[in-house]
Design a protein around this ligand. Sequence first.
Ligand code: ATP
Length: 441
Amino acid sequence: MTEEPGADQPDDLMERVVNLCKRRGFIFPSAEIYGGFRSTYDYGPLGALLLRNVKDAWWRAMVQRRDDVVGLDAAILSAPKIWEASGHLSNFTDPLVDCRSCHERWRADKIEGTCPNCGSTDLTEARAFNLMFKTFAGPVEEDATVAYLRPETAQGMFVNFVNVLQTTRKKPPFGIAQVGKSFRNEITPQNFVFRTREFEQMEMEFFVPPADAPKWFEYWLDERFRWYLDLGIPADKLRLRHHDADELSHYSAATADVEFLFPWGWDELEGIANRTDFDLKAHSAASGEKLEYFDQASGERYVPYVIEPAAGATRTMMAFLLAAYDEDEVGGEKRTVLHLDPRLAPYQVAVLPLSKNETLVPLSRQVLGQLQPICMCDFDVTQSIGKRYRRQDEVGTPFCVTVDFESLEDGAVTVRERDTTEQVRVPIETLAAEIGGRLRR
Ligand code: ATP
């Protein structure tokens, strides 16, 4: 009845997903009533749930299921000294060119010498444009109060390295993980939430003895690649791309990107880098604090190397939506369906009383009350049951639980599965255990 998920996705997939996001409350253009605001977006009721589930899935894999990674939530407003030491003040730039004909500005490395707006090749020389957002902390706007919005979460982990060592008694190999907002004054934000000026990252710095860095680099490439597959990105839409030597950042000994096949081609979801001891040494030199590890057993003192898997939460959420989007036919009727993994779907269950009839509502609410402690539920009483199934399919809800008149007699409900549309009768008594079991996989 249903085809392989996403087997023949439409040519205008991007447009359809963007429309779905707006129509169903995943993502809204920010400040829409004022005409929008410079490629910023707000995550609506369903988008907030999906984004949270992406971040939770990452946190479970990177922190909860391990005993060698701990969490951190560092400040977004940060001291210029951090960015001076990390190299961001001098190096975190993109090459900016102006078109002399239409005066649009572009990132030189993305346009191959031709203005995408007017087609002119009369461009200025490229100049370095720093991507950091600068602001002032306090009521006086002067040099002494300059602060930056962090352009990555990583530096929070490096400057807290000793704090974490001392408070957790971890020792290399161990990691510090963080999920949070980062800000980059991108020259050309584009492709919906793929590249925005405000976005969310999921980053982990894994500190290892220097000699073990190549081994751990390979380990994290493998782990991170499998994370996307496990959550439903098809293998033919995912690849690893190793950076050539001339592409490496100033701090990196090796980098590889996890790439997804977006409608416009392969593009980055996550970068995994061997950052060597660059950051700890740089912060040590600039702050005068020793950022190193002393191994009491061997009497050895060293500055660890760092392997960093750095992913984008908002960008990854978009990849999950694109990969999950499908249009198929059920019982001769077309439907739009998101084949999202149940761990990512905004709602895991929708509870649907067959009719608005008063007698069904109390039992339906009782069923809802049993399921709410174990997962996110929607409760929908409006329109025909067929329409309500379609609505849930369209936002990726894996299970619909229908309460009908027979339920009043036999104490059972119908559970309908999204992908197969198969329906089974389940006693209300065992419903929570049944759904819980299916969600855990
Ligand atoms: P790009 O080459 O696309 O500008 P990058 O290589 O500079 O990205 P990193 O600094 O490695 O990106 O950041 C780690 C991750 O953070 C990226 O893989 C991406 O998922 C996410 N990310 C970076 N910049 C943005 C942005 N402007 N909008 C959304 N996500 C971003």
